[in-house]
Design a protein around this ligand. Structure first.
Ligand code: MN
Ligand code: MN
Length: 454
């Protein structure tokens, strides 16, 4: 069903939508970092009988397998009736979200306060990140290899952290600045203390914070060098709207597509083609490095699958990719009634109209886009219409207004068919993003159709 509101289909039966979304709310409330998203995905997969790839000597139809890369990617597979070299059905989403990362030499004292310096990650409107409660999540690796996990700000009795802004009474100069400059990157420093340590000589407030870090967590100032600490909005995802039709939360981009992709694969036992949900890191900064979509991790895992189904060859691997069909499961920009001018209304994504396909994203004449094949999208339209799934298509805003990235073209480079398909989000990249519950459920259903029928 193209471009029609999906709630109508669930009249009298909305409970199935609301119940599914409770699982998703739990997922993003726990998954505040890419590492936590992987851990939670692993837990969900194991609960459904998935086992680590290395525990299989050979693979047969119906086997449920997962592989984890450096704690930041996970790929879950249900082995199909056909051999892997005949192609897979892949749902790929990213689990990194915009945030503020603690710098490697972050801690300083100024005018009686201890602060931590940050460097923002991904595209953020910096002014949105001040005067809100922030939590800190991450890891600190000691020289001996010990991993210390840090989680502060989520429990009711935890303190929260935050970033200050100038009081309105004295902001005459600040308010003359443009939105991009009103809060500057180097001013996104997190306040962590204001109480001096007795008997310390200088920087007494900083000394007190260091004493707390040592006592509570067991690390020292120099250990920030090998830490990965992320400042994110504190608190759980919540229902949004008096009708509870939406979810307000941090990190919908793109954990909402990660969760729906993951659950589609976990909930679908045996299929014709091997199904896969892969969750990747680093999309927000270009999909680079060992844990981004450009990593060889995925290729290596597919090679392992082939080798566990018989004789491995490079040609089989190439065939596997070429025969694969993929959805780049990523969010789209929802049409905002307060800012209608940012979109071409007839090529925009509306909350409530179901899964959204972007034939292309990119910016300025489709730059950087994966421009999907129309033959491919025709097949997808057919299976969705046959299953009465609500779907819509959109562009990422008006021509020349801006744009966005994707992992689609990276997998497209393997000569597989890929199209961007996911959930419309309001306030994208803000500390509080919004999605429609019916879109979350309809997208999950669409992903199941994709892996079972295409
Ligand atoms: Mn995204
Ligand atoms: Mn994004």
């Amino acid at each position: 069903m193209y471009a029609k509101n999906a709630w109508k289909k669930y009249e009298g039966n909305a409970k199935v939508v609301f119940d599914f979304c409770e699982g998703y709310k739990d997922y993003i409330s726990v998954g505040k970092t890419e590492r936590l998203c992987v851990e939670e995905a692993k837990r969900l997969a194991e609960a459904k009988g998935f086992k680590p790839l290395e525990s299989f000597k050979t693979l047969k139809a119906g086997d449920k397998v997962y592989a984890i890369n450096k704690g930041k990617n996970i790929a879950c597979f249900v082995i199909g009736k056909k051999l892997v070299e005949e192609g897979l059905r892949v749902l790929g989403a990213h689990i990194d979200s915009p945030r503020l990362d603690i710098k490697q030499n972050p801690l300083y004292e100024s005018n009686g306060f201890a602060l931590l310096d940050t460097h923002y990650y991904g595209g953020v409107k910096k002014y949105q990140w001040v005067t809100i409660p922030l939590a800190m999540h991450g890891v600190v690796f000691l020289k001996d290899g010990t991993n210390i996990e840090v989680h502060v700000g989520e429990n009711d009795d935890d303190p929260v952290l935050g970033i200050g802004d100038l009081l309105i009474h004295l902001a005459a100069d600040q308010l003359q600045k443009t939105g991009a400059k009103v809060i500057e990157g180097e001013d996104l420093d997190v306040t962590v203390g204001n109480m001096p340590l007795k008997d310390s000589e200088k920087d007494k407030v900083k000394a007190n914070i260091l004493a707390i870090l040592k006592e509570k967590y067991g690390f020292e100032e120099e250990d920030f060098l090998s830490a990965e600490l992320e400042m994110v909005p504190a608190g759980k995802a919540r229902d949004y709207g008096l009708d509870r039709s939406m979810i307000a939360g941090y990190g919908h981009d793109d954990r909402v597509c990660a969760y729906t992709s993951l659950m589609a694969v976990l909930d679908t036992p045996i299929v014709e083609y091997t199904s896969c949900a892969i969750l990747v890191d680093k999309e927000e900064i270009g999909s680079v490095g060992a844990t981004g979509a450009q990593s060889k991790f995925f290729e290596n895992v597919i090679a392992e699958l082939i080798s566990k189904q018989g004789e491995y060859s490079d040609l089989k691997l190439r065939h596997a990719f070429e025969n694969t069909m993929m959805l780049s499961s990523d969010v789209s920009a929802g049409f905002d009634p307060l800012y209608p001018g940012a979109n071409d209304a007839k090529n925009a994504a509306y909350l409530g109209n179901g899964i959204c396909f972007n034939k292309f994203t990119g910016r300025g004449g489709k730059g950087g886009a994966n421009d999907a094949m129309p033959e491919y999208f025709a097949k997808i339209r057919n299976i969705l219409d046959n299953a009465n799934i609500h779907f819509q298509t959109s562009e990422l805003g008006r021509v020349d207004q801006g744009g966005g990235g994707t992992i689609a073209y990276i997998l497209g480079n393997y000569n597989m068919n890929v199209i961007d398909a996911g959930i419309a989000v309001l306030n994208m990249h803000a500390p509080m993003e919004i999605v429609s519950k019916v879109d979350v459920y309809e997208t999950y259903k669409a992903y199941i159709e994709f892996i079972t029928k295409l």
